[in-house]
Write a protein that binds this ligand. Structure first.
Ligand code: TPP
Length: 530
């Protein structure tokens, strides 16, 4: 058995049976080995950012890794932004990077590069396999490393001669250490804060945002009067009717600051102490008020739901979690806006949906409009590197083939990884993509004034010294000349598409897309926020 076969057999033996792939010459023995190991499901992605983002989406939904097969340093580099997002999400991901044959590297052939330097910043584990006999053991170690809570990117470099040489042998799965129990002292400290009589806020992140963690946190809130908030960009938030509802910490620092103004105790459950997404001149970077004491109940790698349950029985044994009542917005009418599109989505969101949310400014109304919809999962842009949404939806749909997936996409972000639509079509994934086509980088138009680069013009629009944004600046913020035609892009990649300009057209297109299995795209023409 050659190294490639040993590696793939080891992966399937460890439960890694999906590989989002964009191969090259150095991975040809891996590709050939796929036919010898039919248990491995390889999915072709036309850009590496789709492969890595799909592995992230898969890992978020399955809590075990998929692999991403990438071609040397440049292939890895193309996939880095979504590996960055996966790192921030604590998603288990296995990155396999094919490399030149060991003896070829010293010749500095054109594709030679420093793979380790590219991989390290996003990888919690890195190894280069030195021989075919080690391909199996290294793969088993990589899966265990990726899977160890709270989950990480594990990168395994596979030289071509390791792949093609004989002497490989599959290795058994390693035992994966479960999440570390939270020390009693952390629970006692949080309990003391909650009993202090001073205002307390629990900031929830990671596994605290699944049903069990939410129920325990809600019980604490009901029994003590503490407030709950979720981190700004959760990897996966379980929400909807019957589950305790929790607002997210705002993206804009001024709103986040007001959400965090009153508590004297901030109790972190799987979340980090909040910081401003960016620095702004004259504004504080930490969002924790000076007179607020921070208590770490549980780190992301610890058993957060169990810690919350222990805290609940300590401080609120008789309380019950508060479930979100079932309620949907009425279907609105009129010209299409982001707010009305959100209401339509709230009215029609199917039970069990998985939402990949990269709607950016157009998503402002989505949390409110969908809060009382049937239970669903909400996946967000954890690391701020746009181009995640369509790949994430790809991986989520492959991880959960029986669940409807919605990719809610801002137009600018969609373009980074638009080729993911081809994989949606190739694999006939049940993904409804909504493009919020506001034809600009709206958030950057706002940030231009917020960072002080341009003063607000008298009419309210951003401007250089109040005189309006200059043409050169505006050219970098508008997605016009030409306008993007997303229905043409989608149909060109095999995804049926419709354009909606009115709320009724949008509702009809959404009903149709949700009723018919397979991928669909709806281009929603809406005015930009601000
Ligand atoms: C990988 C990456 N490149 C660039 C950026 C900077 N950036 C942040 S938002 C944005 C544009 C967002 O536009 P769009 O996705 O259309 O959303 P809108 O702001 O219009 O709602 C850009 C380019 C980023 N966050 N990540």
């Amino acid at each position: 058995m050659n190294g490639a076969q040993a590696l793939i057999r080891t992966l399937t033996g460890c439960g890694v049976d999906t590989c989002f792939s964009n191969p090259g010459t150095s991975e040809m023995h891996f590709v050939a080995a796929l036919d010898a190991v039919p248990e491995m499901h390889a999915v072709l992605c036309l850009f590496e950012g789709t492969a890595t983002g799909a592995a992230d989406g898969y890992g978020r939904m399955r809590d075990r890794p998929a692999a991403a097969l990438l071609h040397l340093g440049p292939g890895l580099a193309n996939g880095l932004a979504n590996l960055h997002n996966a790192r921030r999400a604590h998603t288990p991901v296995l990155t396999i990077v094919g490399d030149h044959a060991t003896y070829h590297s010293r010749l500095d052939a054109p594709l030679e590069s420093d793979i380790e330097s590219l991989a390290r910043p996003v990888s919690g584990w890195f190894r280069r396999t030195a021989a075919a006999a080690l391909a199996g053991p290294d793969a088993a170690d990589a899966v265990a490393a990726a899977s160890r809570p709270p989950g990480r990117v594990a990168t395994l470099v596979l030289p071509a001669d390791v792949s093609w040489s004989d002497g490989g042998e599959p290795a058994p799965a390693r035992l994966t250490r479960p999440a570390t129990p939270v020390p009693g002292a952390a629970i006692d400290a949080a309990a003391a804060a909650l009993r202090s009589g001073q205002p307390c806020l629990l900031l929830l992140g990671g596994t605290a945002l699944r049903a069990a963690g939410l129920a325990a946190a809600s019980q604490v809130a009901q029994g003590t009067g503490a407030r709950l908030l979720a981190e700004t960009f959760p990897a996966r938030l379980e929400r909807g009717a019957g589950l305790p509802a929790v607002d997210r910490l705002a993206y804009l620092a001024e709103f986040a600051a007001s959400q965090l103004a009153s508590p004297r105790h901030l109790i972190l459950a799987g979340a980090r102490a909040p910081v401003s997404f960016f620095a702004y001149p004259g504004q504080p970077s930490s969002l924790v008020p000076a007179d607020c004491q921070v208590h770490v109940l549980a780190e992301p790698g610890e058993d957060v739901p169990t810690a919350l349950a222990a805290l609940a029985s300590e401080v609120a044994p008789a309380a019950r979690p508060l479930p979100q009542p079932a309620q949907r917005p009425a279907l609105p009418d009129g010209d299409l806006t982001a707010e009305r599109a959100a209401a339509v989505l709230g009215a029609l969101l199917p039970e069990g949906a998985i939402v990949s949310d990269e709607a950016n400014t157009s998503g402002l109304w989505l949390p409110g409009a969908t809060a009382g919809a049937p239970p669903h999962d909400w996946l967000t842009l954890t690391g701020g590197a746009i181009g995640q949404g369509l790949p994430l939806a790809t991986g989520a749909a492959i991880a959960c083939p029986d669940r409807p997936v919605l990719a809610l996409e801002a137009d600018g972000s969609a373009m980074y990884t638009i080729s993911a639509l081809w994989t949606h079509a190739r694999a006939q994934l049940d993904i409804t993509t909504v493009i919020f086509s506001n034809r600009c980088y709206a958030i950057l138009g706002m940030e231009l004034t917020r960072v002080g680069a341009a003063a607000p013009a008298p009419g309210g629009a951003a401007g250089n010294g109040g005189a309006g944004v200059g043409r050169a600046a505006q050219d970098l913020l508008e997605l016009t000349r030409p306008d993007l035609d997303f229905t043409a892009l989608a149909t060109g990649m095999g995804v049926p598409a419709r354009r909606a300009q009115t709320t009724a057209e949008f509702a009809a297109a959404l009903r149709h897309a949700l009723a018919e299995p397979g991928p669909h795209l709806i281009e929603a023409l809406i005015p930009a926020l601000g």
